[in-house]
Design a protein around this ligand. Structure first.
Ligand SMILES: Cc1cc2nc3c(=O)[nH]c(=O)nc-3n(C[C@H](O)[C@H](O)[C@H](O)COP(=O)(O)OP(=O)(O)OC[C@H]3O[C@@H](n4cnc5c(N)ncnc54)[C@H](O)[C@@H]3O)c2cc1C
Length: 325
């Protein structure tokens, strides 16, 4: 086993994700503790050019193959399993994203490597991998340890500011030829389903007013939309609202929807289930309106009103409009 810390680089449509820089930021702290190098693993089709943006790493190992072009987890798993076996790093960091979640469990089983999920903090102390993990949307916090290593860690979004992983450095860039036959991959990528043209991208909004099942009926949505309009915000939602087709899937926040980090997230009639909280907990300011004082959304909200949304929301919209007048 080497003392190196490996980071899986994630990219979509030729762009590195924020999650990649967050992992590099953590890796930058942990690699010296381990006494090894920070190594970025870059897999894909024509990805060599992306290595220039991975200046936080000491080394970039890249694998180019046509069949790695569309993040098919099975193809990634085969290549990564071979690489990790050959290189034997002390710690490998993966993002808690669709790709990372697909890979971490499978690699753990295939390589018989221990894996810690939901990591919010990571360190190497006296040679052991130590993590603080947030479970159930933050309702339980646990410390976990892999004595000595090696191991895998699935890191939560927002565990480290992405800026900490951005650097002008010039890492050594090395091509690696996969030692596995990707012709055997059984899953084929068919296409990326893009958001309908013209719909707002809720991941880029400064203010989101998010509506949940508490709104009761589709006909009541305009009450909340009016508040969003007054605030210059976009309307997002919990999953039941999308499941009922009151809003398109592009508006869904959470585990199976979008991860958002607006300056203000106003949750209206949303209970705060872990799968929802996962997608919005890193918002700068969270305000919740819910008629149930025990709703878990109040555990993550900075401000909250225990109130009937049908009373409060129209008054709030009116107040915001009057303030702007
Ligand atoms: C694999 C998986 C993935 C999932 N992915 C997601 C996801 O991406 N996003 C997501 O949101 N969910 C997701 N879910 C579903 C999640 O578990 C919850 O069921 C969902 O988040 C609940 O939505 P909600 O808060 O709108 O509804 P509810 O849990 O029904 O909450 C409604 C809330 O409205 C309040 N309320 C009722 N009337 C009023 C009123 N008049 N005024 C004020 N408040 C009122 C209630 O007190 C309650 O807290 C997922 C579940 C699974 C199993």
């Amino acid at each position: 086993m080497s003392q190196d810390v490996f980071v899986l680089v994630e990219h979509l449509k030729g762009q590195l994700t924020d999650g990649t820089f967050e992992l590099l930021g953590i890796g930058r702290e942990v690699a010296p503790q381990a006494g090894g190098r920070l190594v970025a693993l870059l897999l894909g089709r024509d990805v060599r050019g992306l290595a220039e943006q991975l200046g936080a790493a000491d080394v970039v190992l890249y694998v180019e193959d046509e069949r790695l072009g569309d993040s098919v987890p099975e193809a990634y798993r085969r290549v990564l399993a071979g690489l990790l076996q050959e290189q034997s790093p002390k710690l490998t960091l993966l993002p808690t994203s669709s790709l990372g979640m697909d890979l971490a469990g499978a690699l753990s089983v295939e390589l018989n490597l221990p894996m810690i999920a939901f990591c919010k903090q990571l360190a190497v102390q006296d040679g052991s991998i130590v993590a603080t993990c947030e479970l159930y949307g933050g309702r339980a916090v646990v410390e976990a340890e892999i004595p000595e290593g090696p191991g895998l860690a699935l890191v939560l979004p927002g565990a480290c500011p992405a800026d900490k992983g951005r650097s002008e450095g010039a890492p050594a860039v090395e091509e690696v030829k996969p030692s596995v036959d990707l012709a055997e991959v059984r899953v084929r990528f068919k296409g990326l389903i893009e958001p309908p043209p013209g719909d707002v991208d809720i991941t880029r909004q400064e203010i989101l007013v998010s509506v949940g099942r508490g709104v009761q009926r589709e006909e009541n949505l305009p009450i909340v939309q009016e508040l969003a309009d007054a605030l210059g915000a976009a309307l997002s939602s919990s999953r039941p609202v999308v499941d009922q087709q009151w809003l398109p899937p592009t508006r869904q926040v959470g585990k199976s929807g979008m991860t958002v980090k607006p300056r203000l997230y106003l949750a209206v009639g949303i209970s705060g289930a872990p799968e929802h909280v996962e997608g919005m907990r890193d918002s700068d300011l969270i305000v919740a309106i819910n008629s149930d004082a025990r709703a878990p959304i109040f555990n993550v909200a900075h401000y909250g009103a225990v109130a009937d949304l049908f009373e409060v929301v129209p008054k709030l919209a009116e107040a915001v409009k009057n303030r702007g007048a």
